[in-house]
Design a protein around this ligand. Sequence first.
Ligand code: SAM
Ligand code: SF4
Ligand code: SF4
Length: 374
Amino acid sequence: MADKVIPLADHRYASSVPLVPAQSTAPTGLLADTLGRPLRDLRISVTDRCNFRCSYCMPKEVFDKHYEFLPHSSLLSFEEIARLARQFVAHGVRKIRLTGGEPLLRKNLERLVEMLAALRTAGDGLPLDLTLTTNGSVLARKAQALKDAGLQRITVSLDALDDAVFRRMNDADFPVADVLAGIEAAQRVGLGPIKINMVVKRGTNDDQIVAMARHFRHSGAVLRFIEYMDVGATNGWRMDEVLPSAEVVARIAAEFPLQPLGAQQPGETAQRWRYADGAGEIGVISSVTQAFCHDCNRARLSTEGKLYLCLFAHRGHDLRALLREGRSDAEIAAAIGGVWNRRADRYSELRSEAGADPSSAPAGRRVEMHYIGG
Ligand code: SAM
Ligand code: SF4
Ligand code: SF4
């Protein structure tokens, strides 16, 4: 069980770096960080709230009724998000993922989707992929509106098929049938190909791996197994609860033979496998046992407008301050460029290099996942 270690007022959330643009004239353009990695993928957290209490993300003992979520005035408005997103696209971002917290809890999210979909013509003519990650709880009634607003794809998190195990994982007594209905609705309206994310915790839901594989074979959806990660400071992470992806693949292959597939594009987090009988593919995301920092091209924009360069970062860069003190687009673009150019983050690799036991991770308080988005 996670200890209640986080002071509620200043959290969570580590500190932020004051961000004064070095110059106002820096052009937008393709960026490379200190390790030569481009900026391609932007994840935007639209709310820090959630109706689930997954123990690996927002354990109930910490995120209880006394927990102070961000006030509405702290959140970036849709206009502010869209304005920042435009600068990121000009800097080479090709994929925007809305996340949270539970993004579908943010009121009128379709309006933001529409504003971001309009950015497809703002970059250098290359396609912009717009997607969203959700726990699926209200997806059945939102799928059509999201599709109509211009959302292309969707990822639904689903940690079990068995109702009792699922309720235990979400710790909010939420029934699995409603999420399955959400997945069907998303498929029906054409929000695909759908990805299904399953976080595997050894001893809690690993008995669901093969049942999940069986269920989503032939469905057109791509099931991805995620190693339970040591994100944030509240989930009481332990290495012995991580089931290595290699074991996930072995368990599935024993039932349904698998063949490896190559990566589709650089920076891809999942290693892909196809069923030998043509029933579709699965992916494994091995953030703990096989670090993939070397081509990590992802930035994260927190609910209150801080730019984080790594899922395990301690500090964010305050873009909201720039917006609200009236800085120009050129100044904001220069600030984003400067921050990315100085980026050297590679937490998972450092954790692996620190020793055979990944629990010997680089120390320090890390930002919570529901705040910067998964
Ligand atoms: N609420 C939405 C959802 O659950 O899909 C979006 C936000 S959630 C933080 C994004 C993703 O992060 C989910 O797929 C979730 O399973 C994953 N996640 C959260 N905590 C994690 C952890 N400790 N290890 C691995 N994945 C985690
Ligand atoms: Fe909520 Fe998603 Fe975190 Fe679960 S993983 S608590 S659904 S934000
Ligand atoms: Fe990217 Fe940080 Fe994850 Fe490495 S640890 S892959 S740098 S987010």
